[in-house]
Design a protein around this ligand. Structure first.
Ligand code: CA
Ligand code: CA
Length: 535
């Protein structure tokens, strides 16, 4: 193609796109909400949205995301009317830490009772809580209580007590420390306090000294922190580094969380909590005695969701979910699975799954049309990319939300990610396009919200002989739903009667790269497409 004809071609496409954009938007507005029922109960089986607070939306022009920024994006997240079809439709928000802290990520806290001034004030937090609740959205805060910053006044007092040898000081035991015997070395993960021979525990970094949870004053203080925010109206917490409370002893750490959760539930019986226990299922099971945990096994590039989304075995995935639910329900009757594909500590999923291949959409189908309380990482719904890369920096996983409408939020310090590799369609663009990943996520959440039984109730994995097609039946309060996924590139045909599923006579919804059709008990399910059936 000659250069001039290429330009002409691009011009023609642009004209066509702009001509069709308003029509497509109108069609998108109509997005099949007619006839959908949104009477989902007010419980904790919610779709959450993780906001890396400093990278989301900037309300005051300093380039840093803040609480007022989240408020100004509430229409994007949830406009309070599921039937409008005009907002993403998330049902909960996880804010990464908002407390006073010297770092951009704020996982090293100076003062747990203050909002960092870069993010706003306690009054801003109260206003955000109010707005969330008006929209039926729950707000949970990130509690990194295993450690603090070194400039936290507790640590300053602790350090001084050791430097002066004052072992009667109230803060002498506030942090975890050891004094190795003469000639012995301190264990890994400890740092000497001056040249006192005392070493404080810091498994992540010297800048993150770990609190001593054998000290009742520490327990009481960090319980007060949670109570303080529950009083303010937050709905719950995400517990950072939950297995590090007593590092190396999961039973003891889990017992701490049982004690902590007993106290929180006494105040707020429906408090929403989820713990970060980045470990195998055998280990997370231990923590389920206290709280739900993120399901790290199915997340990330090597996880079961990504593997299944790339034309993998759906039966293995649904069998995994059923086994998970069976195990955690045996530990605690109201336990949930909390799936996700990426968060602020992992590479973004669109980078390895890709939107163009359709695999990103299949992954979303698998974990959002499923049991429990899934977490979407901000920008995931746009197909945003970001990975540690050669510079090995987490900042690349926390890039500024691509609003495309003049939001002044900037990438965090230390970012090295090549903007040319980023998805080019912003939120502004994608909201106008029925074919965008944003519109896809929106539709997916509508389907989920209109069928409460997908997230709740008894989950029974199907074991189909066609290993690239699979699904589950879920029953909740008299409602039954059948969810089927086809992860292959070609359409599949399923005789529901032959499988004993003939009572599912209505194809309620389908979503994916192709279409679905049900007639006379025969379901045709297009490639990379999922279907929801009801009796
Ligand atoms: Ca700001
Ligand atoms: Ca610890």
């Amino acid at each position: 193609m000659r250069k001039s004809s290429v330009i002409l071609y691009i011009l023609l496409i642009s004209v066509l796109l702009s001509a069709f954009a308003p029509a497509a938007f109108a069609e998108e507005k109509a997005l099949g909400t007619a006839g959908m029922d949104f009477t989902a109960p007010d419980d904790n089986y919610r779709v959450f949205y993780e906001i890396f607070t400093g990278s989301f939306s900037d309300s005051d022009g300093d380039g840093i995301g803040d609480l007022r920024g989240v408020m100004q994006r509430m229409d994007y997240l949830n406009d309070g009317d599921p039937a409008s079809g005009l907002s993403l439709g998330i049902e909960g928000i996880w804010l990464t830490p908002i407390f006073a802290s010297p770092s951009y990520h704020k996982y090293d806290v100076t003062d747990f009772y203050a909002v960092d001034e870069q993010f706003g004030t306690l009054e801003d937090l109260q206003a955000l809580i109010e707005l969330c609740h008006e929209r039926g959205v729950k707000l949970i805060l990130d509690l990194p209580i295993n450690h603090t910053a070194t400039n936290c006044e507790w640590f300053v007092k602790f350090k001084n007590a050791h430097l002066t040898g004052n072992d009667r000081h109230a803060y002498y035991d506030f942090y975890s420390f050891v004094r190795p015997a003469e000639g012995e070395k301190a264990p890994a993960g400890y740092r000497e306090i001056g040249s006192t021979g005392d070493f404080y525990e810091c498994n992540f970094d010297a800048s993150m000294p770990e609190l001593n949870y054998d000290n009742d004053a520490v327990r009481e203080e960090l319980l007060n922190v949670a109570k303080f925010y529950l009083d303010l109206g937050v709905d719950g917490f995400r517990f950072d580094a939950a297995k590090y409370i007593y590092f190396g002893d999961n039973r003891q750490s889990a017992d701490f969380w049982v004690w902590y959760l007993d106290a929180l539930r006494a105040i707020k019986p429906d408090v929403y909590t989820v713990a970060e226990v980045w470990d195998s299922d055998g280990v997370t099971d231990t923590y389920y005695s206290a709280t739900n945990c993120f399901d790290f096994t199915t997340s990330q590039t090597n996880g079961l969701i990504a593997a299944t989304a790339q034309h993998g075995n759906v039966n293995a995935y649904t069998a995994y979910v059923q086994d998970y639910l069976d195990r955690v329900h045996a530990i605690r009757a109201d336990a949930m699975i909390v799936p996700f594909i990426a968060n602020h500590d992992t590479d973004r999923a669109a980078g390895y799954l890709t939107v163009a291949s359709g695999n990103m959409k299949v992954a979303a189908n698998l974990y959002l049309l499923s049991s429990g309380s899934p977490f979407i990482y901000y920008g995931e719904e746009l197909g945003m990319r970001g990975s540690r890369g050669a510079a090995n920096t987490d900042a690349n996983r926390r890039l500024a939300m691509l609003w495309g409408d003049g939001d002044t939020v900037r990438d965090p310090v230390g970012t090295t990610y090549d903007p040319a590799k980023q998805v080019q369609d912003t939120a502004y663009d994608q909201m106008q396009s029925a074919g965008s990943l944003y519109s896809y996520y929106k539709k997916l959440l509508l389907i989920r919200a209109s069928h409460p039984a997908i997230a709740r109730g008894d989950y029974t994995a199907l074991s189909l002989s066609d290993t690239k097609l699979g699904g589950f039946v879920s029953a909740w309060q008299g409602e039954r739903v059948l969810v089927l996924h086809n992860t292959t590139l070609s359409s599949a045909k399923l005789d529901l009667n032959a499988l004993g599923l003939g009572d599912f006579t209505t194809l309620s919804a389908y979503i994916g790269m192709e279409e679905a059709d049900l007639s006379d008990g025969i379901l045709y399910l297009g490639g990379q497409t999922s279907a929801v059936l009801v009796p």
